[in-house]
Design a protein around this ligand. Sequence first.
Ligand SMILES: C[S@@+](CC[C@H](N)C(=O)[O-])C[C@H]1O[C@@H](n2cnc3c(N)ncnc32)[C@H](O)[C@@H]1O
Length: 195
Amino acid sequence: MLCDRVRMDSYYNAVFDNKHHFDGKIVLDVGTGSGILAIWAGQAGARKVYQVEATKMSEHPRELVKANNLQDVVEVIEGSIEDVTLPEKVDVIISEWMGYFLLRESMFDSVICARDRWLKPTGVMYPSNARMWLAPMRSRLAGQKMSDYEGAMGDWLCFSDETKTYYGVDMSVLTKPFSEEQKKYYLQSCAVVGC
Ligand SMILES: C[S@@+](CC[C@H](N)C(=O)[O-])C[C@H]1O[C@@H](n2cnc3c(N)ncnc32)[C@H](O)[C@@H]1O
């Protein structure tokens, strides 16, 4: 995220163009990582910011908070958002949880859990909504996957024939489940490709 200018600018502008949402308010940064979102919330006037980070990465935001003189406002809490207990409910939840195709990285559920546990009924979410754009497409990757699948099935049939011939065991009854497994976990699974 830190190297993604578009994303950084979007969060920065969202916070500082909506200072009234942060000024004097209690904020929660879910999965704080480097901690920059919490620091912006503090700079925008938040009364208190809780940064929750599941990993040992939490040592870095702690240092960053001190270096930016926000130690009286921003508090780092190490633990997963599903387990930690905050001292109070919050007015704002900010989080950078989006992955490839929005949902990859599986953080969405954690943000929803944070909302249900800790957001005041009058509270706001940053971001509050998202759009997913879908379009059918054809790529050479699909053809490649199909030929890999056919190759795997060819290998299986050879294996099955040889096992019968050399080892006296008929494996052909497993051909259908093998094919279904290949389809489910390889052929029909998503491919993440760069543009
Ligand atoms: C995409 S990064 C966020 C980047 C962050 N905004 C920054 O400025 O570096 C997601 C972070 O959330 C943390 N995380 C993921 N699931 C979590 C959970 N359930 N509770 C707390 N932290 C979580 C990860 O360890 C990771 O540091």
